[in-house]
Design a protein around this ligand. Structure first.
Ligand code: TYD
Ligand code: MG
Length: 450
């Protein structure tokens, strides 16, 4: 009898190799290879995806505007204007971040509109889903639930019921019997996703797949599937903070610049239509070391507070921490302050924090970090109605940032009357009610404090 052949897969990115490797050449992660049996591919054309006769482009009809609105505005926007019929959407995120909650809420909105939905869970019993649904509020319409992990019977059910929307929660629990690997392995998640893709395209059903991001362990991550699906959404957030960001990293039917902001409450996810207001909640007034900046999340400006605490160190090595932003960038900015403004930072502990639990790594944050450090160092506050943004270079020059106008408009909307910004950006901004102060070098900000 022929020996069963095996191959090795990277659990992170799906890289395939004939032998085990310590580091994946694809994604450069260590110790991610697993051994799995080789699958003999059967080509199936049951879904009608492939056809042999070529067609003229002009003859191909598109069902334009064939979208279903979920009624959750933040969600619809990230999808590019609703759910495209026959699309396959991957919703990835850390376990416990709220993926099942988000999709169940979508089901609630859609079942109210009499859309036929099938929710298939391989993780929770029907009782558990019911308990979660009760927490979210009442369901007007019908929602079909199925607790199943065998893809063959799932396929039969879908073909029999012909729902408009199917949720698979999660792909890592699903398996196809004739693949000899365990559920969650690279070959299982790939194969099952392939079948779901055929079902979606062939039957015109929109399918949502949940994929857990796994830090370690034996389960393949959603990145393995990114190239197979139409749309990839990631649900992110700090486990301690209550806000969640839904981000599109791939979208065949829309822009990947959109984000949706939600807050996790005890009755489910609530849309945050004004993220700036949400992020600035609880900001102290007139305190040294607190500075507000305008950051971009995709095409959306969000105001956030940057805090700094600078104090004399008690050790030979000063302590430095940066929460919510890049630690090395903070060190670099402190070195620039020391060299260009002659401020002695070497004897100072510095703690930097982006309030609200957001993670911001764009260079436009530089000016706010420097202002917050200076404000705390001098123990003098920045005016309450002043906001700043700009990138800082190694010679202390303040460099232009992208989308300056949107940032200024958002500042104006949120009641800020003065904005410190790079001089070049200032010159390109038209009429505005906000007072703009152009800055060329950090030497010019030293006297901005009251
Ligand atoms: P869940 O949707 O199960 O996460 P995932 O499917 O991504 O693993 O979310 C679980 C978390 O959300 C859990 O820690 C409890 C919290 N939660 C609320 O705070 N409020 C709610 O109304 C619900 C349903 C969950
Ligand atoms: Mg879940």
């Amino acid at each position: 009898m022929a020996k069963n052949r095996t191959v090795f897969f990277c659990r992170e990115c799906g890289y395939e190799a004939s032998k085990w490797m310590g580091q994946c050449p694809g994604c450069k992660q260590w110790d991610t290879f697993t051994e799995e049996p080789v699958i003999k591919k059967k080509m199936n054309n049951q879904a009608g995806l492939s056809q042999t006769e070529p067609q003229l482009l002009s003859d191909v009809t598109t069902d334009k505007d064939q979208r279903i609105l979920t009624g959750i505005e933040e969600f619809d926007r990230v999808l590019g204007g609703g759910i495209v019929i026959g699309s396959l959407v991957l919703v990835g995120g850390d376990p416990g971040i709220g993926k099942s909650t988000l999709l169940l809420q979508m089901c609630r909105e859609l079942s109210d509109k009499r859309v036929k939905i099938l929710y298939i869970s391989g993780e929770e019993s029907l009782k558990q889903i019911k308990m979660r649904a009760d927490r979210l509020g009442s369901f007007q319409g019908d929602l079909l639930l199925l607790s199943e992990t065998n893809l063959d019977s799932i396929e039969d059910t879908i073909r029999k019921l012909m729902p408009q929307i199917v949720i698979i929660d999660s792909i890592q629990t699903m398996y196809k019997e004739d693949i000899g690997a365990a559920p969650g392995s690279v070959s299982q998640v790939r194969e099952t996703t392939g079948i779901l893709m055929h079902l979606a395209k062939g039957l015109g059903i929109s399918i949502f797949i949940v994929g857990h991001v796994t830090k370690e362990g034996v389960v393949a991550g959603p990145r393995v599937l990114e190239h197979m699906v139409d749309t990839v959404l990631y649900f992110e957030g700090e486990s301690k903070a209550s806000y969640r960001i839904l981000r599109a990293v791939k979208n065949r039917f829309g822009s990947t610049n959109e984000i949706g902001v939600f807050e996790m409450r005890d009755k489910g996810l609530v849309e945050v239509s004004n993220p700036s207001e949400f992020m600035l909640q609880g900001k102290p007034e007139g305190e040294p070391g607190s500075v507000v900046t305008a950051s971009m999340e995709g095409t959306r400006p969000i105001l956030v507070e940057v805090q700094a605490l600078i104090c004399q160190t008690n050790f030979n090595m000063p302590r430095r921490t940066a929460a919510g932003t890049d630690y090395n960038r903070v060190n670099l900015l402190m070195a620039v302050l020391e060299k260009r403004l002659g401020i002695q930072m070497s004897g100072m502990d510095a703690y930097i924090n982006v309030a609200g639990g957001m993670k911001i790594n764009e260079p436009a944050l530089d000016l706010a970090i420097v202002m917050a450090i200076l404000s705390s160092y001098k123990n003098r506050p920045l005016d309450n109605k002043t906001l700043c943004f700009g990138e800082i270079g190694l010679t202390g020059e303040v460099r232009a940032v992208n989308m300056a106008e949107q940032r200024v408009i958002e500042a104006g909307k949120m009641g800020y009357d003065t904005v410190l910004l790079p001089q070049i950006n200032k010159e390109n901004i038209g009429n505005t009610n906000v007072k703009l102060i152009g800055i060329r070098n950090i030497r010019e900000i030293i006297n901005s404090f009251s």
